[in-house]
Design a protein around this ligand. Sequence first.
Ligand SMILES: CC(C)(COP(=O)(O)OP(=O)(O)OC[C@H]1O[C@@H](n2cnc3c(N)ncnc32)[C@H](O)[C@@H]1OP(=O)(O)O)[C@@H](O)C(=O)NCCC(=O)NCCS
Length: 223
Amino acid sequence: MEKMPFQPELNRTTTMVNATATQTTVTTSDWKAGLPVLTGAGFTLRELRLDDAASLLAMLTTEEVSRFISPPPTTVEGFERFIAWTQRERQAGNYACFAVVPTGMSVAVGIFQVRSLEPGFGTAEWGFALGSQFWGTGVFIEGARLVLDFAFDTIGARRLEARAAVANGRGNGALRKVGAVQEGVLRRSFLRNGQYHDQVLWGILAEDWRMQRQSLQFAAVVH
Ligand SMILES: CC(C)(COP(=O)(O)OP(=O)(O)OC[C@H]1O[C@@H](n2cnc3c(N)ncnc32)[C@H](O)[C@@H]1OP(=O)(O)O)[C@@H](O)C(=O)NCCC(=O)NCCS
């Protein structure tokens, strides 16, 4: 997620999305018309809404969350522009961004995003960030599995890449845990606060994910 694709300075127009839209379940074939609601234990993943902006500002702009990702917006209005941008990019079929909403809350405490790196979404990049009070709770791993299913089965991606600064222990630990393979190191590829960082390039192929999913399902049946 080092490269959060949204660049506030490039997106000054805001297409308002319905801040109070109710969650609707969308069939898997029409994700460009609206993201499905994906259900985990204790949380849901759904489309971002404008009323997530204040919560995302509080959750994702702390030093511990943001120090290894590209700078998030710094105002509620900036997050509203980001959210409107995610809707336009989803409609264009380039990008999907899920809000992480814990059960009992109505607004997002984090995001999972997937963006196409080539026409047709064959190779895509994914990234994620959660408010730090939700770290180590199991939301990441289950949310990641739902998003991997979505990326490979619904969007039809063949390969998902992620980049994590070498110094980002949690980010790299999270990617390793979900079964991503370390493919290389991109030297001095990420500029943050005036300092260049090396990044680990992590990859997951659709066939790897399906094999891993089968063994997870088998293990669940055996236990
Ligand atoms: C990345 C993120 C979403 C992961 O969520 P999380 O709840 O922290 O992830 P988890 O706790 O489930 O998994 C992280 C793993 O890394 C391990 N880890 C933590 N610090 C580590 C370190 N310094 N070195 C190696 N592994 C480390 C944890 O032990 C854990 O593995 P375990 O569950 O087997 O013990 C969250 O940490 C976050 O939002 N970070 C800030 C934004 C960010 O860096 N995004 C990722 C960019 S690639």
